[in-house]
Unconditional design. Structure first.
Length: 257
C-alpha cells in the first residue's frame, strides 16, 4: 500500500508509504492522499489529522519525476490533467493538521507540510524547494504559503536559491514549531494531537476558519467574522457543557454539537 490511513479515537494519521523512493508522490499515492484528506474532512468523528512519512530517510521529496506516465514537468502535466489531484491545490479543511517531519522534506513534500497548522521536525529533517534548480516551477502552493508562513525575504531566499537547510534553521526562522530527537517524533506529535482532540470540535473548526480567513480579510471584517463565529459557537451544547464542567471542576464531555 502506497499510503496508510488510520483512525483512532478522534485522531487520524496519514502515512506516505513509499520509503524506497523517499515517499515521492506518484499518481497512485496522489489519489490515495487526496481520498484520505477528503475522508478526514468529512468524518465528523475525527478532530485532528497527523501527516507523516514512512521510514527514517524522508517525510516526502515531492513528485516522483521518474514515473513514466508523467512526461515533462509534473506541474504542467497536472494543470490540464484533472486526475492528478492533491490537497495542496486548495482542498479546504477547517480541522487542525499536524505534520510529523522525519528526514527529507523537499519540493512538494515541503508544500504538503505547509498545509499543516503545526509542524514538528526530527533532528535529522532537511528542508528545501529545489525545483528552481531543475527549471521547474514550485506549483503546489510554495509561492503562496511560504510567504504566509515566513517573512517575505526568507520565503524568497528559499524559493530563489533552491538550497536545502536543516531542522535547526527551520526552527530558527519559524518554519517548524519544535525539533525533537527522531525517536521522540511520533510520541511528541501524538501528545500534541491528543491535547487538541480533547477540545470542543466545533470550536476548533471555528478557530481554524478564523485563522485562515484572516489572511484575506481587513482587520475590521476579520473581527466581524470572529464575532459571528463566537456567537455561533457560544450557542452550542458543547459551550454550555464546557462552562458547566468548569463550574463542577471536572473534564468536559464534548459531543460536537
Amino acid at each position: 500500500m502506497v499510503l496508510l490511513y488510520e483512525k483512532k479515537d478522534k485522531i487520524a494519521t496519514i502515512t506516505l508509504n513509499r520509503p524506497d523512493v523517499m515517499n515521492a508522490i506518484n499518481r497512485q499515492l496522489a489519489q490515495a492522499l487526496f481520498d484520505a484528506w477528503v475522508d478526514f474532512a468529512e468524518d465528523p468523528g475525527m478532530s485532528v489529522l497527523i501527516i507523516t512519512g514512512a521510514g527514517e530517510k524522508a517525510f516526502c521529496v515531492g513528485a516522483d519525476l521518474k514515473e513514466k506516465e508523467l512526461k515533462g514537468d509534473v506541474h504542467i502535466t497536472s494543470f490540464w490533467d484533472g486526475s492528478f489531484r492533491l490537497p495542496m491545490r486548495g482542498a479546504e479543511l477547517f480541522k487542525p493538521v499536524i505534520a510529523a517531519i522525519n528526514g527529507h522534506c523537499l519540493g512538494g513534500g515541503l508544500e504538503l507540510a505547509l498545509l499543516a497548522d503545526i509542524r514538528v521536525a526530527s533532528e535529522n529533517a532537511m528542508f528545501g524547494q529545489p525545483e528552481i534548480r531543475l527549471g521547474i516551477f514550485p506549483g503546489m502552493g510554495a509561492t503562496q504559503r511560504l510567504p504566509r508562513t515566513l517573512p517575505y525575504n526568507l520565503a524568497a531566499e528559499i524559493l530563489f536559491t533552491g538550497e536545502r537547510f536543516g531542522a535547526a534553521k527551520a526552527l530558527e526562522i519559524g518554519l517548524v514549531n519544535r525539533v525533537v530527537p527522531s525517536h521522540d517524533l511520533m510520541k511528541t506529535v501524538l501528545s500534541v494531537a491528543e491535547t487538541i482532540s480533547n477540545n470542543a470540535p466545533l470550536a476548533l473548526r471555528a478557530v481554524k476558519e478564523a485563522l485562515l480567513k484572516s489572511y484575506d480579510l481587513p482587520l475590521d471584517q476579520g473581527l466581524r467574522l470572529e464575532g459571528l463565529l463566537r456567537r455561533i459557537v457560544g450557542d452550542t451544547e458543547d459551550a454550555q457543557e464546557g462552562v458547566k464542567a468548569f463550574m463542577e471542576k471536572r473534564a468536559p464531555r464534548f459531543k460536537g454539537r
